[in-house]
Design a protein around this ligand. Sequence first.
Ligand code: GLC
Ligand code: GLC
Length: 650
Amino acid sequence: MSITTTQDRDAQRSLARLLPRLEQEFAAQTDAPVWDAFRRRLDEHFPRLFHLLRELYGDQYDFFYHLERTLALAAQSWLDRPADLKVQDAQREANPTWFQSEQMLGGVCYVDLFAGDLDKLRTKIPYFQELGLTYLHLMPLFRAPEGDNDGGYAVSDYREVDPRLGTMDDLRTLAQELRGAGISLVLDFICNHTSDEHCWALAARAGDPEYADYYFLFPDRTMPDAYERTLREIFPDKHPGAFTYRAEIGQWVWTTFNVFQWDLNYRNPLTFREMAGEMLYLANLGTEVLRFDALAFMWKELGTVCESLPKVHTLVQAFNALLRIAAPSLLFKSEAIVHPDEVARYISAGECQLSYNPLLMALLWNSLATREVRLLRQSMDHRFQIADDCAWVNYVRCHDDIGWTFDDGDAAALGINGYDHRRFLNAFYTGRFAGSFARGLPFQENPRTGDARISGMLASLAGLEAALHGNDGAEIELAVRRICLLHAIILSIGGIPLFYLNDEIGLLNDYSYVDDPAKAGDSRWVHRPATDWARMERRHDSATLEGRIYGRLRHLIQVRKATRAFAGNRMQVINVGSDHIFGYVRTGPEGQRAVVLANFSERPQSLHPNEVRLYGLGYQFRDLVEDRALALGEQTLTLEPYQVMWLTAE
Ligand code: GLC
Ligand code: GLC
């Protein structure tokens, strides 16, 4: 966004008008240095905030009133911000790319499934430290409707913890203890919708027109039909289209996801202000990263797909600008599981500093299925690079399904038909394809379009379930290697590696979800198992399967953390002359180099050492994974089945 001089002048004028009132309301309550810090950031970021909000709400008659109340919210939030978080703000303002360190390692889990409740989760901090986590995403833990609540993504109150998990005070204590242990707490900012039991929805259901305007309600099918002409169905299994009829109010409600998740109407400036309040509340709780859930859907316009519209970016940037003023160390992570061109548009210091990397995730699975890296190599070559002050969050599995979000043009350039190839991948990962090692389930299979996505635990998708079932030692070893291979990529490619906790001991699919009526209709529960602590205890015993997987992953983590070349996000894809080997060069902040080679096939692959020498490694190099020196003359370099090498110059 660029701000012209006139716009800047408008912003200065508005600030001059609003400041006296703010000072009157807040400056007197606080010490001069605290207020001065706020003033300084207001001077710096207000012009941007003003410009963004004017773009969204400038046509409202009460625009200035809302602007004033938004600044008042920011001021109050800053005054309330705990001192230790203010210290952290200052540290991170001085070191804004702290999250690019090679020390970073993320983990994600459900509080109840991993530990029981918040209090018990605290007792797992030593485990998180042992694993090396510096970032912990706790899946939604707010009050939500009983029964199906989309895994907590239908929030009834952003300021209340699900009573089964504990209280807000427990969460605050946990955040503090995590911070003390060097672990940043990551929570969701579920901004696209609330549950139909949120007090705003309850008021709308009771007929209050002010609250009806927080959502999209229509008296008949005219508008829903008009919108649906251009919308994609997100959960076609659950309900066709994007609207749900509520007989109690005789209205059609916009529900992109489940019938009980009501989309919020951000055309209403009050909705923005209320949600900004919830965001700042989460910030002051000690959250260090907010995962911006389903953000692509936040703005709707008739005649469009209503995904990733320009105003979505304006909205996210406005939330970002507000944070820079009131809680500057907080980061946004974008959860846009959409076309890669669109994913990239959310990533910038002024919008989301972090983003899931769904393309890498999907293409890693693609390469495992095809034993070929062409699409991965070609796509990463032109799609991995993002701004220097941002970072990918690279993951292999998460709580959601796998969608095949690669670009059809990228595929076509290699002679691959995107539609057919997705069908193949779905057949492969559901195990329907003859010879497939994977045991996944289809998710939201759409008979009309032939679309489907994939559910399944990493270990089951990587072949461990089938191999154990067949009691086949060689296949078990191959599956373990696949698990390590995928992790070795996310640990080295650049950005924050994110582990889906329980994958580190290779937990398999949990089919028991079908017995729970609240879960039976959603196959994603197959990959949301409860942590089996008896199995977890076996992680140090290399004679057990858990120990084999954990030991190798733990080793990779330690090596990553000791390798400066893995910091930052400078990565160059290389073609080493084999379509089975994914290769790239990493360059660290001080110029340190590492070459990564990963064999995606179950056969050994050889290459000429010149292929890697070219990248500045010379004749003597060391594989950091096996801690082995390789002095190569002319003899070939061989990668064993699924082997990954992290090479540096000796
Ligand atoms: C996000 C979550 C997903 C949820 C959806 C609706 O995509 O990851 O689990 O179903 O948002 O909130
Ligand atoms: C959620 C859903 C995923 C869908 C995505 C769309 O992440 O789980 O299946 O593709 O939203 O953004």
